[in-house]
Design a protein around this ligand. Structure first.
Ligand SMILES: NC(=O)c1ccc[n+]([C@@H]2O[C@H](COP(=O)([O-])OP(=O)(O)OC[C@H]3O[C@@H](n4cnc5c(N)ncnc54)[C@H](OP(=O)(O)O)[C@@H]3O)[C@@H](O)[C@H]2O)c1
Length: 101
């Protein structure tokens, strides 16, 4: 078996393309399997994989959720500010970057 990581990238995609023409069993490890074509997915084994930091982040989020650390409050105009992300970037983030204190 040949294992290929990052098969969705330029280089990984070329490697997979070449290996598909060989008589080899392929296992592809990627972050988002749906990024692979249906044809490729039907001819290989696919596993989801991610960096250690990303896996740690996902684990931390799952633990926080199971321990009730998010308040799960639905977003409403009363529960959140009316400021959009774009507005916050323009009003707060941009001045902070251009004129750091
Ligand atoms: N192409 C060249 O001519 C060339 C020349 C010299 C060196 N390189 C180096 O070779 C490497 C690959 O090049 P490329 O052209 O194939 O790059 P690319 O097309 O940008 O593909 C990057 C691949 O890495 C994956 N990836 C990125 N960040 C990741 C992360 N944090 N965890 C897991 N997977 C991650 C991407 O997955 P997603 O699809 O999920 O984002 C994608 O499959 C790069 O480091 C590049 O600098 C490339």
């Amino acid at each position: 078996m040949i294992v290929v990581t990052t098969p969705t990238g330029q280089i990984g995609g070329q490697v997979v393309g070449q290996l598909l023409n060989q008589d080899a069993r392929l296992r592809l490890i990627c972050r988002e399997p749906t990024e692979l074509s249906h044809d490729v997915r039907s001819r290989v084994e696919v596993e989801m994989g991610m960096s250690k930091a990303m896996a740690q982040g996902m684990t931390d989020m799952a633990r926080a959720k199971s321990e009730g650390l998010d308040n799960a409050e639905p977003r409403t105009p009363d529960a959140t500010t009316p400021t959009s992300f774009r507005q916050w970037c323009g009003n707060t983030l941009q001045p902070a970057i251009l004129h750091p204190s």
